[in-house]
Design a protein around this ligand. Structure first.
Ligand code: GLN
Length: 471
């Protein structure tokens, strides 16, 4: 296998396999060898054998899967020691659909434990390094998926986004990542973090792959009562111009805290949009500045309920305690959860406790409604909203680990969309300090095709062809 086969996008690889000039087994084992010997910490588990030849439009294309998707018989631990060794008896619907389309699981990717984090440093199994600069973080929580795709260890990957965990690592690693509308993809079989926010989506090398992968993930699922699917099929994007499309730039998400180098790339991308015929205007999201505060009440509240099930009895390892049930629970949870997970459980339990419920959780939910209302009003004036994806480029490993608030602010520009259930994509559109910068395009609920078309046109016009040093 020559090196340039690793340069093929997933769509190109699928086409060659279908046309008979690339063998699925060879493609799989080539990626497998790379994934099994990588040094970024991107994979937690890699398949031994190429699977039996699947059929379908994605036949033979290996897929990297974030560790929080349950895959039958394959270790699935959400990068938590409390689930170490757990092999689920069933497969997440999103993964099942991709397998049905012919994809094969290459491996499980590292992540922040239970998807709580923005740097992948909260994994119970060690951090992931950014392939552009191994002293820096890849972003999180889908850091393993993003690093694997950026480093050419996998053609594409899936991740999940609760407050930014697909888009932010995609931005920091210079690839494409999309969070769909809440409900577009089934959450069945995803190890839950915050159920009203969690949503699965693609991390890919380009926008076409993103559309292709997403098209095989979406759909209503009787096993997830909050899943809706999409009202129309995901199409492969083809737009070259943006004539007449209205783009809103919210000052609340483009000014304060955004590094100058990131802002410069954002501004030049906005100019490209104008050059393609798009109409750009300012649009207000007056409550977006409160999104982080609301998110860090709502997400931990939901997490504290979702993580109650890890007690040493039902899944994963068990610590014996002193021989009674309560100490078994306590010791298992004390030893099994990492520091950030414990912090979130405490925050969430506190926010939901009698006497404080309305002051914190109720209030945060009211802010959430305001944020959704802001977007609704904005989308009466514009078709899409654009912002930088992350206020900064990839930061150094260790830089924010002692300062949870600084870490939480990494998602200031991505958290408002999931609070409102809205879809958004991040695409790489430039470099700052030698590192990639992501551009975020968000739209109204179910506007995935519009977002993908706009992202495709911008991707073509910008021609970002940066790739990290491979090896
Ligand atoms: N960084 C955010 C958090 O720590 C978002 C994580 C996510 O989207 N899963 O909660």
């Amino acid at each position: 296998m020559t090196d340039d086969l690793f340069e093929l996008t997933a769509a190109q690889a699928a086409e060659r396999i279908r046309g008979g000039d690339l063998s699925a087994a060879e493609l799989f084992s080539s990626y497998r060898d790379r994934a099994a010997s990588e040094r970024l910490g991107a994979f937690l588990w890699v398949a031994e054998e190429p699977p039996e030849g699947g059929e379908g439009p994605l036949a033979g294309v290996p897929l990297a899967v974030k560790d929080l998707f349950c895959v039958e018989g394959i270790p699935s631990a959400a990068a938590s020691r409390i689930l170490e060794g757990y092999r689920p008896p069933y497969t997440a619907t999103a993964v099942e659909r991709l397998l049905d389309a012919g994809a094969s699981v290459l491996g499980k990717t590292n992540m922040d434990e239970f998807a709580m984090g923005s740097s992948n440093e909260n994994s119970g199994f060690g951090p992931v390094r950014n392939p552009w600069d191994e002293t820096r973080v890849p972003g999180g929580s889908s850091g393993g998926s993003a690093a694997a795709v950026a480093a050419g260890l996998a053609p594409w990957a899936i991740g999940t986004d609760t407050g930014g965990s697909i888009r932010q690592p995609a931005a920091l690693c210079g690839i494409v990542g999309m969070k769909p509308t809440y409900g577009a993809v089934s959450r069945y079989g995803m190890i839950a973090f915050a159920s009203s926010l969690d949503q699965a989506g693609p991390l890919t090398r380009d926008v076409t792959d993103c559309a292709l992968l997403l098209s095989h993930m979406v759909g209503r699922d009787p096993c997830d009562s909050t899943s809706t699917g999409l009202p129309e099929e995901i199409r492969l994007p083809s737009a070259e111009r943006l004539d007449g499309l209205r783009f809103g730039v919210p000052p609340e998400l483009t000014g304060h805290g955004v590094e100058p180098g990131v802002r410069a790339v954002f501004d030049s991308t906005v100019e490209r949009i104008e050059g393609l015929g798009g109409v750009v205007e300012e649009v207000a999201l007056p409550h977006a500045g409160h999104a982080i505060a609301a998110y860090y009440v709502i997400a931990p509240a939901e997490a504290s309920a979702n993580l109650a099930r890890y007690d040493g009895v039902r899944y994963g390892p068990r610590s014996p305690g002193n021989g009674d049930l309560l100490s078994l629970y306590e010791e298992t949870r004390e030893q099994g959860f990492g520091a950030e997970v414990k912090r979130r459980i405490m925050l969430g339990t506190y926010a939901l406790s009698a006497g404080f419920y309305d002051a914190y959780y109720g209030r945060a939910q009211r802010v959430r409604t305001k944020i959704a209302d802001d977007f609704r009003a904005a989308f009466e004036r514009v078709d899409l909203i654009v912002t930088p994806t992350s206020p900064t480029v990839a930061f150094a490993l260790g830089e924010r680990t002692d300062d949870p608030l600084a870490m939480y602010l990494s998602d200031a520009l991505t958290v408002p969309m999931p609070l409102a259930g809205l879809p958004a994509i991040s695409i790489p559109t430039g470099m700052s300090e030698g590192l990639p910068v992501g551009f975020q395009i968000a739209g109204p609920a179910f506007s995935e095709n519009r977002i993908l078309d706009a992202a495709y046109a911008v991707e073509r016009a910008v021609g970002f062809d940066g790739a990290p040093p491979r090896g």
